[in-house]
Design a protein. Structure first.
Length: 309
């Protein structure tokens, strides 16, 4: 039997990580590479489940770690601290990503496709085009869902003209009204009630490191910031536990209002006050700050914190 090549996105997978790994598997197969297999590194969130239910398809298989020498293809991430356990000793064949490149190294040559787009699926969409491959309905829904998720329906400042073009074309293939479908999909991801505080702060959390300082930026989407803040006390104790457990200097939880494109952050840790003040020119009040017009971790939150921690 041919050796499997595992395709996966980052830990705490979002819709782009799940959909892009599924699409990458299909793209590989259409290119004659039959050994590719999409897998995932964590629980499927509710927004992504909405997409899978819409398409009536199963989530990729969950994996916990990879053995030495396992062939892998990364999508939607490159940093090892956001990847699978054992990644350092895996054989990375390719990366398809739209994030900064950091904490990444390989001992062998590889394919590396990085574009500063709003979504990995936009890069994959262009790969279909380049190869002259037809995109069918399922693939179109997977890719357009990822684009809607990552760009918050094209409202995030990470959105590029390429994302807009891809979404428009994919919507035609999928025969979907993007705004109706997209809002339903995004809203499915804002139903946070059944999650414990601990689950909530880890739903979409990224582990980061700068000059030996460890920090986490987590994000949850909501349609009502005040509703989410009713759980502030509970969220803070979960965050403080996480800080203690992982020896973190800073934990930022961004609660993002997807309708009005703002975020309220809760920031805790020894570096919280100073870093947030320098990064955003805002003083924490009750461990919180309101960041008007801020929705993108990648473009608006992470770079500012990274430069000021
Ligand atoms: Mn992602
Ligand atoms: Mn992405």
């Amino acid at each position: 039997m041919e050796e499997k090549v595992l395709i996966f996105g980052h830990k705490n997978p979002d819709t782009d990580s799940i959909c892009s790994s599924l699409v990458k598997e299909i793209l590989d197969k259409k290119n004659g590479c039959n050994c590719s297999k999409a897998v995932r590194l964590g629980k499927v969130n509710k927004e992504t489940q909405y997409v899978l239910d819409y398409l009536k398809i199963e989530a990729p298989e969950l994996i916990e770690k990879v053995e030495e020498g396992t062939k892998v293809k990364l999508v939607d991430h490159n940093e090892f601290n956001q990847s699978v356990e054992g990644i350092e000793k895996a054989k990375i064949l390719s990366v398809t990503d739209h994030h900064r490149i950091a904490n990444f190294a390989t001992s062998e040559p590889l394919y590396y496709m990085a574009k500063p787009y709003g979504c990995t699926s936009t890069i994959l969409f262009e790969e279909f085009k380049k190869a002259g491959l037809k995109i069918d309905k399922t693939e179109a829904v997977l890719m357009l869902s990822a684009i809607i998720s990552d760009t918050l329906l094209l409202k995030s400042p990470t959105t590029t003209d390429c994302d807009k073009k891809a979404l428009e074309e994919l919507a035609k293939i999928a025969e979907i009204d993007v705004n109706t479908y997209g809002l339903e999909m995004l809203k499915a991801g804002t139903d946070l009630n059944e999650f414990s505080a601990e689950e909530l702060i880890n739903l979409d959390a990224k582990n980061l490191e700068k000059d030996g300082k460890k920090f986490v930026i987590a994000q949850v989407n909501t349609v009502d910031i005040n509703d989410a803040l009713k759980r502030q006390n509970e969220l803070e104790s979960a965050i403080n536990k996480e800080i203690e457990k992982n020896d973190l200097d800073l934990f930022v939880l961004a609660i993002t209002d997807i309708l009005n494109s703002n975020s309220e952050i809760i920031a805790l840790g020894s570096k919280a006050k100073e870093t947030i003040s320098k990064a955003f020119g805002k003083e924490l009040n009750d461990n919180r700050a309101f960041l008007e017009g801020v929705v993108s971790r990648k473009k608006q939150i992470l770079p500012n914190i990274d430069a000021n921690i």
